[in-house]
Design a binder for this molecule. Sequence first.
Ligand code: HSE
Length: 308
Amino acid sequence: MNGVKVFAPASVANLAVGYDILGLALDKPGDEVIVRRGKTDGLVISKITKGKTLSKELTKNTAGLAALRVLQHLGEENMPIEMELHKKMRLGTGLGSSAASAVAGAMGINEYLGRPLEKSDLLKFAVEGEQVADGSWHADNVAPSLFGGIILIRDNKTLDWKRIYVPEHLSIVLIHPHIQILTSASRAILKDTVQLDTMIAQTGNLASLVAAFYTSDFNMIRRSLTDHVIEPQRKQLIPHFDEIKQIALGQDALGFSISGAGPSMFALCENSFIAENTMHAVQKFYSDNKIEVDIFISGINKTGAYKF
Ligand code: HSE
């Protein structure tokens, strides 16, 4: 066998109202891992493309650590294996780049070994891998990248998760201004207390968002996508956030917020027509102001990571 190649998609964590507990998978971009027989005992990262700053040391690389933990779990850590990591997305964008690598690492090993574990068994190894990136334990990027769709994490400690129904035709505009925000820094600025009235508003929106997804109630999705806790604290890290948000909502986007820890932003749209209008309006703002940005539209990836 010449080995296996797997793909793990990017993701949008938090979805405005579900900090650390809600996320969805994008159709694109994503990272790829190739796993094949190695020349020496044990796992080696033989190649990394487009991730110049990433370490090839297993315990310092999200894909490497996730892959290693799968091998250790199976008692196969001495098997000669080479792994190539092909980054297809930039680091620090807020689109779950490190999570996609971790998922691809865990899944690549599992596929190479003939799939001894179920996807759901891989979650904890991939979360452990992703922890290398920002030091915190949360599955809101890893779980959607692995399973696809919209995933709710009831409890991060025990990784108790649930798939949420995805309404048809949802389309997302992703906006990546060319600044880098470290997840650790974006987490460090958050207050660790929430007022009771804010908690009531936020949990109301979170619960109604989930109910609205299940019933494809777009008006309720629209009313629910207001983040009272995290966005007000983080938006000052992203230049022109309020202006971009107004432009997106003016194009009838269902909601707009920060993707994960930022700096990327997302506009959730009822269909691809609204998404295209939103994309063009936001693009115009950036070009009028001569600011560099990447903007693209994605659907929701419903299957998650896969083997080619
Ligand atoms: N829930 C995380 C955050 C996602 O917002 O910090 C980024 O890893």
